[in-house]
Design a protein around this ligand. Sequence first.
Ligand SMILES: Cc1cc2nc3c(=O)[nH]c(=O)nc-3n(C[C@H](O)[C@H](O)[C@H](O)COP(=O)(O)OP(=O)(O)OC[C@H]3O[C@@H](n4cnc5c(N)ncnc54)[C@H](O)[C@@H]3O)c2cc1C
Length: 503
Amino acid sequence: MTVSGGGPVGLTFALLLESLLGPRVAITIYDARWADDGSRVVWKSDDHGNIRRQQVVTIQSRHFLKLPQEIQDQLFQPGQFSEMWPTGPDSIDGLGPRNVRIAHIEDSLLEKANEKAAHIRLVPRRFDPASPSGVPPVQHVLAICEGSRSDQEGSLKYFERYFGTADRSIFSLDGQPVRDVVLGLKVKSDLSDAAAVLLTVTQNRFLLNSVHGDGFLNMRLTDAEADELASANLDGTAYPGCIQTKSCVFQRTSEPGVFKCAKHGTVFSPPTQLRSSLWARTLEGLKLFGVKEENLQSITAFRLSMVQRPRFSAELCAATPTGPATFGFLLGDTANAVHFWPGRGLNGGLASAIALARCLKNRWRGLPFRDSDFLRHEAAMAMLQYRHKCRAWRFMVHADDHGVYRAIKDLIGDTAVDAVEPEAVRQADMERLLRRMGQFRERLAQRIEGLPSDEWLRTHLSGLQSRTLRELVESGAWDSYGGGGEEVEVDWLLGEPCQSHPP
Ligand SMILES: Cc1cc2nc3c(=O)[nH]c(=O)nc-3n(C[C@H](O)[C@H](O)[C@H](O)COP(=O)(O)OP(=O)(O)OC[C@H]3O[C@@H](n4cnc5c(N)ncnc54)[C@H](O)[C@@H]3O)c2cc1C
């Protein structure tokens, strides 16, 4: 079988299948972000134009406990992960969620895949379904794990007629799809994890996720702020082909306030413009999360929207007298790219890889596959889509007192605060925030130690501008009741496969 895309989901799927089917499986996996390095395949570096992703992701024990032990051991080496978030319904055997850098996940998985050369062939090249080698005649499975852009420029676009048209209307307001633009700030925070969690869950403007303080501070932008995202050439002329549309990464330089795009050599404009409202708001976010300005290391932007997919499994090539049918599967972000605020994208991706690997193991009889073999996998994918997208939607919109939903970015954008704000208004906002934080602290106290006191919070918040306090109030707290409850368990449909190898 072929796996297109060697990100965390593609590699996990290949390794899982290898561990379940052993010598019966031959997997070829493609990724253009890899390079040959003697007898091994490695990740390309910045010098080769591959800016490694730097986000910290939270993975839930419901999913990581289903990975082979050798992968768990490789992922969770001491110092490589932290336990920042509280346990919840996705915590199994009392094990809480774990924070890991995505680059570490990718490194660990590729290292393991290199060790399985007998059954996993790593091809450092883009997979092209249209090329003659795309879907060879004798091939049972094509797993498409190309991330969220596969429907615009990858194999999902090529095979769209088999998987059907995605529907944007469900994640729209007044007929317009809701799209968030999030500024991703790589930072080192001086706050304790407990303080960072409390400050994160009590508003929807900023989100800090880190491993021992090192991580990403994400800032949800209003439409006006998103319009301010711009870069310029070194001579000051505008350069429109950068952060305005792409997820370019700007690294700190030795010059204060100058962040340079590693790809285009351009400079991130907001900090260089005295009147930039976006930059003023960004500095407030750094202050809220205890980040010294010199500890802001790089800046990027993410564009997040969601679609509903009609199906995830399809026959791509019919059987012929000489070869079996080829079945195609959408996994990971290709299947279900969700808003990352509640932290479930990779978790859903891992669950999708676990479901398909178990399904293939259970159904392989040495005969061609047929539609019914994938009944349970398709049901698991539908459950994941429903659960994870419903939750993520609650992190994009809020209902007002009349039950009318509005985009959270617009609630923030509408917070008009006069330059000379009456002290009474500032105090009222401060009290509302403290009340909200007190309520969350009560709920979290059993699961997180060292949550900050009212006195600490009051002193900390008093360093912020009135407009920031107002934005935090208006952005609303995390809807932990609406987004909480039962989680998808792959075991319901596809229990742990027995260890014996099939024919
Ligand atoms: C800031 C941020 C924070 C996040 N936080 C969390 C979190 O806390 N918890 C969580 O669960 N998730 C989180 N996520 C989401 C998570 O990062 C993604 O869900 C996850 O990376 C998806 O993995 P994937 O393998 O499906 O896709 P990707 O990671 O996008 O990998 C796709 C791979 O396919 C390759 N590829 C693409 N096209 C081709 C082709 N034609 N041929 C060959 N290879 C190809 C690419 O090079 C890439 O390596 C976060 C995301 C962001 C941006």
